[in-house]
Ligand binder design. Structure first.
Ligand code: ATP
Length: 355
């Protein structure tokens, strides 16, 4: 049993050493700039219900004791991560979320801190679960709901790509829903960070100042990660792009392949490429072996067919997708995040797959 005095002093030491440090500039009544240092650590939150479990983490709802704002806190066991050689994945998630900063369709990272045992990521709370669960419940989504969710997803992808991030694991399980049933993309542990041509605007570069900032020399830190990944499978079988299977390379268009798979799946309840095991799924993907159900809406069929193309350079670009007739009448940009969510309903013309 650990010595009680020693345990207390060690945890006190960690409360200080492991806290997130936020530097805030405030101007007082006389116009003098005051620099304030705010520390956030485990003791500043009340931990509540468990929201979910990942292979290396537990996600818990938590309330900031001072502001009473609710967050989701992802807790990662340091020893387990080191033992399973996942340190780089955890760092990629942190750097990526920090780079992405503030977009309504992407889970935001507010602070990271640690104690002796765990790492803590303080994230936006997405209380309505996964798009995957919603789809399982309804079986399929109708055209209006599919347009609604796919337009938000496309907007989030465009933002990521503009900030030099390829997600590489887009799927309905990684699309969470906020309190208004709007999407929040999550799970950036397998993202690819591209070097940015110029520094991101400061508003994006500093998502409320945490110790989670990207190293100042990104190339030296990022390159080994990509080299290590080049030989390993990244993503989820059903959504993985043919270029990743054939050339072990992912590009921005690989996310648009996954986008095409998701659009297909929302409308008919199953992804286009699915087999009994990963190997057979991969075979289907590289042979472009998929079929549309006869009831699949023709305009959506045209969009999917122009995304699920083996050659990534032939796939529609984000601007072409926005201009596609499937999205006619949809206003892209901020309006996507303020308009009311349509009544959620299945696609009555396509039979849902049996559960
Ligand atoms: P794995 O690590 O095995 O790939 P995962 O990526 O789903 O799993 P986590 O990111 O730790 O692992 O998430 C675990 C679960 O917690 C998810 O299934 C999700 O439903 C829930 N969850 C994750 N982030 C949030 C959030 N910000 N708000 C609400 N629930 C969340």
């Amino acid at each position: 049993m650990p010595h009680p005095m020693r345990t207390r002093s060690t945890s006190d030491e960690w409360a200080d050493r492991g806290a997130a440090v936020q530097i805030q500039r405030e101007t007082d009544a006389n116009g003098n700039v005051q620099i304030k240092t705010i520390k956030k650590g485990v003791k500043d939150f009340t931990f509540g219900r468990t929201l979910g479990e990942g292979s290396f983490s537990t996600v818990v709802a938590a309330t900031d004791r001072q502001t009473l704002r609710e967050y989701a806190i992802k807790i990662l066991d340091k020893r387990h991560i080191i033992k399973e050689k996942k340190v780089k994945y955890v760092n990629v998630e942190k750097y990526t979320l920090n780079r992405l900063g503030n977009h309504p369709g992407i889970v935001r990272l507010y602070y990271t801190f640690q104690d002796e045992r765990s790492l803590y990521f303080v994230l936006d709370l997405a209380p309505k679960g996964e798009l995957f669960t919603l789809l399982k419940k309804l079986g399929t989504l109708n055209v209006e709901c599919t347009q609604y969710y796919c337009a938000q997803l496309l907007d989030a992808i465009e933002y990521m790509h503009n900030h030099g991030v390829i997600h590489r694991d887009l799927k309905p399980e990684n699309i969470l829903l906020d309190e208004n049933m709007r999407i929040k993309v999550t799970d950036f542990g397998t993202a690819k960070l591209l070097s940015l041509p110029k520094p991101a605007p400061s508003a994006d570069a500093d998502p409320s100042g945490t110790d989670a900032s990207e190293p100042s020399t990104p190339t030296s830190t990022i390159t080994p990660i990509e080299e290590e990944r080049a030989s390993s499978f990244v993503g989820t079988a059903e959504y993985v792009s043919p270029e990743l299977l054939n050339d072990k390379s992912a590009c921005k268009a690989s996310d648009l392949w996954a986008f095409g798979c998701i659009l297909f799946q929302l409308l008919c309840g199953r992804p286009p490429f699915k087999a009994n095991n990963e190997y057979q799924t991969f075979q289907k993907i590289i042979k472009l072996d998929y079929t549309f159900p006869p009831e699949f809406p023709p305009v959506a069929k045209d969009l999917v067919a122009n995304l699920l193309l083996l050659d990534p350079s032939k796939r529609l670009t984000i601007d072409q997708i926005k201009a596609h007739p499937f999205f006619s009448g949809i206003e892209f940009g901020l309006a996507l995040w303020t308009r009311p969510t349509p009544r959620l309903a299945p696609n009555s013309s396509i039979p849902a797959p049996s559960k």
